[in-house]
Design a protein around this ligand. Structure first.
Ligand SMILES: Nc1nc2c(ncn2[C@@H]2O[C@H](COP(=O)(O)OP(=O)(O)OP(=O)(O)O)[C@@H](O)[C@H]2O)c(=O)[nH]1
Length: 497
């Protein structure tokens, strides 16, 4: 069962329970069995599933709950908490600090995605202002150095390795010395993998670790290995002091349960997940938002981080000012499309929105969504500045529409479709009119000024329902703290078909 389906099954089990008129032991038992079945099908270890059932039963004691208490909410909360506990070993992983030299060593089986992940990890930190470097101490697989070299060159990250030297310890130490001299503050060592867990691999890993004394050993695990995850992770933990886990290939048909098992086996947190072959298909892993997403409750803070990442800070006050006076022009929409496309695959963005689990936006539809946005942008490219900046709906006369269709090589219907979509969004945004501006004009301070009534008015009713109504929305806003919410609404308007 893939991760999105797991989330879907758990949400369905909870929803079925909610539909029952009375929540008694039988209904609770059925709901928990359903959830357990989904977890087992996702390759979560049997013992973990059983423990989770026991813990939920301990928290939710139906007999002692006073009449009138919201049992459904208590059960939902218990499921959420237990899933979080499964993924949270209770101690955070070592995190490198900018300007302070750190050594991070990667271990894992061959083909797990280790080399690719080393570069992704380096690139992620480079974008955060680190000076990372890569050392290829994989002398086992011919071609490993070339692969690292190629990846590193593309990402402009300094690398070290050798075609001649066959001693991985020697290469690792030389690389370390070189990059320490060059003041790299994050030296990443890629080690050899093997087809299966074997003594030679673990001995080599031990020697490299002894010689380089890494601050952190990261175990890279292929997310699709299923029930083998627990044993594999445990074997690595026993031979190296694994401090963190990265689960790769969670984009395809991977069974996400392996991640839960790896955490239990290594007692180390998952810090990132790999969601594709490309260098930036790499996401920071946070337990609570992850479980929220899994359950289709959305991950607003993740979404806000992405928005903050792609939206230049100097454009934020300008956008806010326009929103505040209710001017939602086609140009503004164009700019929002640009930002949305920069955020990465549309499916990923949608999965962060409450009510839009990735199950609701299956793979085929992601491409359609993305293609639609690009189509709209091509149409807008054929508009004049006056058309883009106008707020007068009557401006778009038939002759203008025909001209735009011709100019963009699209059908007239495509243009009218796009204008309809624009009108729908503009209407939604108009409800945000009168928004109080944050003093410094920064997006990140907007949520403090957002009025809950404004938000509820602007949200499509079915989305509001999925968020748990006004109360749910309030809780979410609180959870988000200083994060901005305004653009989320814009994004939501694009969901649906
Ligand atoms: N779809 C997908 N593919 C990935 C991901 N991470 C890595 N891959 C692919 O998995 C394959 C194996 O990755 P490598 O990085 O070469 O594996 P490795 O573990 O370093 O292998 P060795 O160096 O032989 O130990 C490559 O084709 C990668 O592009 C991911 O998150 N998603």
């Amino acid at each position: 069962m893939v991760l999105a389906q797991l989330g879907g099954s758990i949400s369905r089990a909870l929803a079925q329970m909610s539909n029952a008129t009375v929540i008694d032991e039988k209904v609770l038992g059925e709901c928990l069995n359903e959830i357990s079945r989904a977890l087992l099908q996702s390759d979560v270890q049997f013992k973990m599933v059983r423990d989770m059932q026991t813990n939920i039963r301990k928290i939710v004691n139906l007999e002692t709950l006073a009449a009138g208490t919201n049992k459904r909410r208590i059960i939902q909360q218990a499921v959420f908490t237990e899933l979080c506990n499964m993924l949270d070993p209770g101690k955070p992983a070592f995190t490198p600090k900018k300007g302070k030299p750190s050594v991070v060593m990667f271990v894992g089986l061959q083909g797990s995605g280790k080399t690719t992940t080393c570069t992704k990890y380096a690139y992620y930190h480079q974008r955060k202002g680190f000076k990372p470097s890569l050392v290829c101490a994989d002398t086992f697989r011919a071609g490993a150095f070339d692969q690292l070299k190629q990846n590193a060159t593309k990402a402009k990250i300094p690398f070290y390795g050798s075609y001649m030297e066959s001693d991985p310890v020697k290469i690792a130490v030389e690389g370390l010395e070189r990059f320490r001299k060059e003041n790299s503050d994050l030296i990443i060592i890629d080690t050899s993998g093997r087809h299966k867990q074997e003594a030679a691999l673990f001995e080599e890993m031990r020697q490299v670790a002894e010689a380089t004394k890494p601050d952190l050993v990261i175990f890279v695990m292929d997310g699709s290995i299923g029930q083998a995850a627990f044993d594999q992770a445990q074997a690595f933990k026993q031979s190296a002091s694994v401090g963190a886990v990265i689960v790769t290939k969670l984009d395809g048909h991977a069974k996400g349960g392996g991640a839960l098992s790896a955490v239990a086996a290594t007692k180390s947190p998952v810090i990132f997940i790999g969601t594709g072959e490309h260098i930036d298909e790499f996401e920071i892993f946070d337990v609570k938002p992850f479980v929220s997403r899994l359950l289709g409750m959305g991950d607003l803070s993740g979404l806000m981080d992405k928005i903050q990442d792609v939206m230049p800070a100097d454009q934020q006050p300008e956008l806010l000012a326009k929103l505040a006076d209710g001017t939602f022009t086609l140009r503004l929409l164009y700019e929002q499309f640009q930002n949305l496309l920069k955020m990465g695959p549309i499916g990923q963005v949608f999965s962060m929105l409450p009510g839009f689990s990735s199950e609701l936006m299956p793979k085929g539809h992601e491409k359609e969504g993305q293609a639609k946005i690009k189509r709209y942008m091509t149409i807008m490219d054929s508009m004049t500045a006056a058309e883009l900046d106008s707020t007068n709906p009557k401006l778009m006369t038939e002759s203008r529409i025909i001209r735009i269709a011709r100019g963009s090589g699209r059908q007239i219907r495509d243009v009218t479709d796009m204008l309809e979509e624009y009108k729908r969004l503009a209407k939604m945004w108009s409800k945000m009119k009168g928004l109080k501006m944050p003093k410094n004009g920064k997006m990140s301070d907007l949520s403090q000024n957002l009025n809950i009534q404004q938000m509820t008015k602007a949200l499509p009713p079915q989305v509001l329902k999925q968020m748990g109504g006004m109360g749910g929305l309030q809780a979410l806003m609180k959870q988000m703290g200083g994060k901005d919410m305004s653009k989320m609404l814009g994004g939501m308007g694009l969901g649906g078909d």
